[in-house]
Design a protein around this ligand. Structure first.
Ligand code: NAD
Length: 357
């Protein structure tokens, strides 16, 4: 069941935990600790069945391993999922019980916030284990990672513009931002400061109106976003937006945004390439928040964090050059980079020591 799951991908460790007293049923997946302790958030969702929860945790933990590897931070990838409805079944007892199981992994997995959990929940988990990141600033943490995710997206968009048009300058470029939540709204502010024109879309009308007022953005109906003409499309809401139904309709030259899992399937990267649309691999461009959390863990949250987030632009430029040279899609070039770093034990042992220091 686990080993034969299509998302297994040679995970180092998959732990199933339960505590009937508080209703905890969870899976903790550690994809790899080759580059350092596995980091990745804890998701609480009422999964339809156990196999959906297993598949989700395996895909997410592998994604974190790749994200950390390309961001060149001394961490591996992991994830925890709790099979429960966060609005009715999440309790301090459940969070503390999860913390006790995380503690048994002795630092091989470090948890954080994700869908269904909050920074306040991380404080509760910390009562049972020190292996938690993403604490509120007033409790010694680095606070909300979204502004740094947005900064990474801005420098990634600039690097993408440079690759396509030979200039990072976004003045006069039109950027279509889909999803105006934590990441999308911060990105709109940065893009506006950089002189870009904004087309914005969200299912929540109030945030759209806020962007129209604050950034002179043009609103786009959520149903019409894929057909809107612009220079750059920045998905910052849902995954799977690049698929068989949308690729032919896109009227942009670049897809570069913060959403996770933008490609419904890896071959959609090839289809974008065939259409001459540059794709910024999602786990590279949206790594800013993860870098902040990694630096919090290393107790180096400072100017170094900002610089490392800004390096996302250079990392993307290098991936674009490799993809051109090797004649492959950019998501393939990014995967190859991550996989080569994950197979590099000489570098990794040094990094593990850095992470523990
Ligand atoms: P969020 O929930 O704050 O914002 C998402 C926004 O998208 C909401 O305003 C929602 O109304 C809107 N939305 C939902 N469906 C939509 C649709 N069909 N059309 C237009 N808008 C729609 O989430 P967030 O933290 O900003 O994260 C956004 C994306 O970025 C997610 O895919 C997330 O996994 C990814 N991400 C976030 C971070 C981070 O630091 N927050 C880091 C990495 C990746």
């Amino acid at each position: 069941m686990v080993f034969s799951c299509d998302a297994f991908d040679s995970h180092e460790e998959v732990v199933f935990v339960s505590d009937p007293a508080c209703g905890l049923r969870a899976i903790i997946a550690v994809h790899s600790t080759v580059l350092g302790p596995a980091i990745g958030g804890c998701r609480i969702l009422p999964y339809a069945d156990d196999s959906s929860a297993l598949r989700d945790v395996l895909l997410l933990s592998r994604g974190m391993a790749y994200k950390a590897a390309v961001a060149d931070v001394p961490f591996g990838g992991g994830k925890a999922v709790v099979i429960a409805d966060p609005s009715t079944q999440k309790s301090p007892e459940l969070l503390r019980a999860l913390g006790r199981f995380i503690d048994k992994l002795d630092g091989r997995y470090v948890t954080g916030e994700d869908v269904g959990t909050t920074t306040a929940d991380m404080l509760e988990i910390r009562r049972s284990t020190p292996h938690v990141m993403g604490l509120p600033e007033e409790k010694g943490g680095s606070g909300d990672p979204s502004p740094r995710t947005a900064l990474g997206c801005l420098v990634g968009i600039e690097a993408s513009a440079n690759h396509v048009w030979g200039s990072r300058d976004l003045r006069g470029r039109r950027v279509l931002v889909q999803g105006l939540g934590n990441v999308g709204f911060n990105l709109c502010r940065l893009l506006s400061e950089a002189g870009a024109g904004l087309l914005v879309s969200d299912v929540k009308r109030d945030v759209v109106e806020k962007c129209v007022t604050m950034f002179a953005a043009m609103p786009v109906d959520p149903e019409a976003i894929i057909d809107a003409a612009a220079d750059i499309y920045a998905p910052c809401a849902l995954g799977g937006v690049i698929n068989d139904r949308t690729i032919e309709r896109l009227q942009v030259k670049i897809v570069a945004g913060g959403a996770n899992n933008q490609l419904e399937s890896p071959h959609h990267g090839d289809m974008l390439r065939a259409r001459g649309i540059l794709y910024a691999p999602d786990y590279v461009i949206n790594g800013g928040g993860m870098i902040q959390l990694a630096m919090e863990r290393l107790r180096r949250e400072s100017e170094e964090t900002e610089q490392r987030v800004r390096n996302i632009g250079d990392a993307l430029s290098a991936i674009y050059r490799t993809a051109d040279m090797e004649n492959v899609a950019t998501n393939v070039a990014a995967d190859r980079l991550a996989e080569s770093r994950l197979k590099s034990p000489t570098v990794s042992s040094r990094r593990l020591e850095q992470a523990k220091a």
